[in-house]
Design a protein around this ligand. Structure first.
Ligand SMILES: Cc1cc2nc3c(=O)[nH]c(=O)nc-3n(C[C@H](O)[C@H](O)[C@H](O)COP(=O)(O)OP(=O)(O)OC[C@H]3O[C@@H](n4cnc5c(N)ncnc54)[C@H](O)[C@@H]3O)c2cc1C
Length: 592
């Protein structure tokens, strides 16, 4: 059951207390309560997702990011050196479903090599691609798009599952001329931009059709899927909203010297009517508060770098210097071209009559342009093997079949008039964090680029979020290269009579001028990971062991995107879901 008021809960003691009802947290809640003997409480700081149209209707997603709002934690990054000292808004969801309720819905798993590297660095083959594929399948419910078009040749059914819980589909609305041009590019420039039938097969390189977490024309989130009424009505599943966890309390040592916590402290209520409560987990506390929330709670509980915590007046209970370190996100920059076609998403966003018609159509039948975001394809590309950057930098990708660059290819711009196409360039494996090499596997050591740290010992102060964006030569080289690739893509002959001009011509800029354009315009992909990274059981760094239990603690685990040792070469929700699915099995296994 989902509760808005702590007074309605049946009690404050459960087998498992899960902090955070986001991508991974709701998966764990669902899977643990498959066992009727387990009682579970989810504490979610955010608001209900019920009836939030900007979250439900795919085309409206952009509205969730316009200024401070109730569905957001409303964070801002620290000044980013690589962005000419700009601070940027840093979106994190404050709503049931977590970031799955306000993200771009892009469904990308990453490369098989990404996961094989997780297995290699943790020494646990259970984190390899082959071992995790059944968990991707448990998550994914492949769904027909709402326009019921013929999807043959647009995906590979053998790498998808129709038996999971979370809807994934191809686009249910089309921009035929634009889509034709993208596909024709793969025929005209097949060496550089080959067609890939399905980039979710583990082999990502090339251009493929977008897949999204959308079902029946509506966004599918971890709340609408894993907490759907048939699951939420389980008598052993309790979800409390407006419950912001401040810290873990009543720390004690077991006979073996591990730290345990007797309770989870949280503030519950709405605005002026809030109080502090403590919930107890008799079996395990599971942190699923995401890559910002989880390290923040750990540090306020005394788990983190001893020196840093002591300086803030927080008593140290477990010295784990990797907490909050290694924060990794993907630098992003967009470019637009005006085009000689009225068949772009601008025809809806700029025209109130068409916009209202499209909304009406969505309301009537869940069809039409509102069932999608206007991105149709994604390109996954590698830097040239002989790129000068590799003279000094070890390739940070997980392997030779893993892309360095993503280009999202979409219709529509942001201007008040005109027709545009938009390409979004992403550095998939940023190096703005240090690694040391051990054999042919890059290991995390600690500290360099990004971090989540505390500004005070008040758990209700926002943390300091430093993404370390574009700090290294590799990252700036790669984003420059990504822009060049985008320009080459639209130079395929098929675009000749279609493209009028770039909105800002980046093709003839000096390297210095291009770098300034990038540093003044880039932002983060909002795919933060690694702030509570998993490492091998005997490693002297890292936060959790491969079984997701916190090192040096007992009865405390972390199950969310923060445990990923490296970022996937992709958007991160599929990885977060799969961490939730395998994490739930690991918990079940130890409490069998
Ligand atoms: C703007 C944006 C766009 C994105 N677009 C995409 C995309 O298109 N495709 C994709 O694959 N990925 C995307 N992502 C990333 C993806 O959504 C995340 O990687 C994924 O949701 C992370 O899952 P998680 O379980 O780690 O955390 P989250 O899903 O963030 O869930 C964490 C939950 O914990 C709650 N919480 C935090 N602190 C506390 C606390 N102290 N007490 C109680 N509750 C707390 C939060 O409110 C939240 O509900 C996007 C992310 C953002 C922010």
């Amino acid at each position: 059951k989902i509760y808005e008021d702590v007074a309605d809960l049946p009690g404050l003691e459960y087998d498992f207390v899960i902090v955070g009802g986001g991508a991974a947290g709701n998966v764990v809640a669902n899977r643990l309560t498959e066992n009727p003997k387990f009682s579970v409480l989810v504490l979610e700081a955010g608001v209900s997702n019920e009836g939030v149209m900007d979250s439900i209707v795919p085309f409206l997603v952009g509205n969730l990011f316009t200024g401070p709002n109730a569905y957001e934690w409303n964070y801002t990054t620290t000044p980013q050196i690589g962005l000419n000292n700009r601070s940027t808004p840093y979106p994190r969801a404050h709503i049931l479903g977590g970031c799955t309720a306000h993200n771009g819905m892009v469904y990308t798993r990453g490369s098989a090599e990404d996961y094989d590297r997780y297995a290699a660095v943790t020494g646990d083959p259970g984190w390899s691609w082959d071992s995790l594929l059944p968990y991707f399948f448990k998550n994914e419910k492949w769904t027909q798009p709402t326009d019921h078009h013929d999807t043959r040749g647009q995906f590979n059914p053998s790498v998808h599952s129709t038996n999971g819980i979370n809807s994934v589909s191809l686009s249910g609305y089309h921009w035929p001329i634009f889509e034709h041009h993208v596909l024709q590019t793969t025929r005209e420039l097949p060496e550089e931009f080959p067609f890939n039938l399905d980039f979710n097969s583990g082999q990502m390189l090339g251009i493929g059709w977008l897949q999204s977490t959308i079902g029946g024309g509506k966004r599918s989130t971890s709340a609408t899927s894993y907490l759907a009424p048939k699951f939420a009505q389980r008598r052993n599943l309790h979800v409390l909203l407006h419950a912001q966890v401040s810290r873990l309390v009543h720390a004690q040592k077991t006979k073996q010297g591990a730290v345990t916590f007797g309770g989870v402290e949280f503030l519950q209520g709405i605005s002026y009517c809030e109080s502090l409560f403590t919930a107890k987990a008799t079996k395990e506390i599971i942190l699923s508060a995401g890559s910002v929330g989880t390290p923040t709670i750990l540090m306020h509980s005394g788990i983190g770098d001893r020196t840093a915590l002591t300086a803030l007046g927080i008593p140290s209970v477990l010295d784990l210097p990797s907490v909050g370190q290694n924060a990794t996100d993907q630098p992003f920059i967009g470019a637009r071209w005006s085009v000689n076609s009225t068949q772009t998403a601008d025809s809806i966003s700029q025209n109130a009559t068409r916009f209202n018609e499209a909304y009406k159509e969505w309301n009537r039948t869940h069809t039409g342009p509102f069932v999608e975001i206007p991105v149709t394809h994604l390109a996954w590309l590698r830097l040239d093997a002989d790129s000068p950057i590799f003279e000094n930098v070890t390739d940070p990708a997980a392997g030779p079949n893993t892309p360095h660059i993503e280009i999202s290819i979409g219709t529509g711009g942001v201007a008040a008039t005109g027709n545009f196409i938009s390409l979004g360039m992403v550095v998939l494996n940023p190096t703005s964090r240090e690694r040391n090499n051990c054999g042919n596997v890059s290991f995390i050591k600690r500290i360099a680029g990004g971090s989540v740290t505390l500004q005070s010992n008040n758990p209700f102060d926002p943390p300091l979020i430093d993404l370390g964006l574009l700090k290294t030569d590799f990252d700036i080289f790669t984003i420059r290269e990504a822009i060049k690739r985008a320009y080459r893509l639209v130079q395929a002959p098929v675009w000749r009579d279609y493209i009028i001009a770039p909105t800002t011509d980046l093709s003839n800029l000096s390297t210095e001028a291009l770098d300034q354009f990038i540093r003044n315009g880039a932002s983060a992909g909002a795919h933060l990971v690694s702030t509570a990274a998993m490492s091998a059981r005997d490693a002297s760094y890292g936060v959790v062991n491969p079984d997701l239990l916190v090192k040096g603690a007992s009865g405390l685990s972390i199950i969310d995107a923060s445990i990923l040792p490296f970022i996937t070469s992709a958007h991160t929700q599929a990885a977060a879901y799969v961490v939730g699915e395998r994490g739930a099995d690991l918990v079940k296994e130890r409490w069998r």
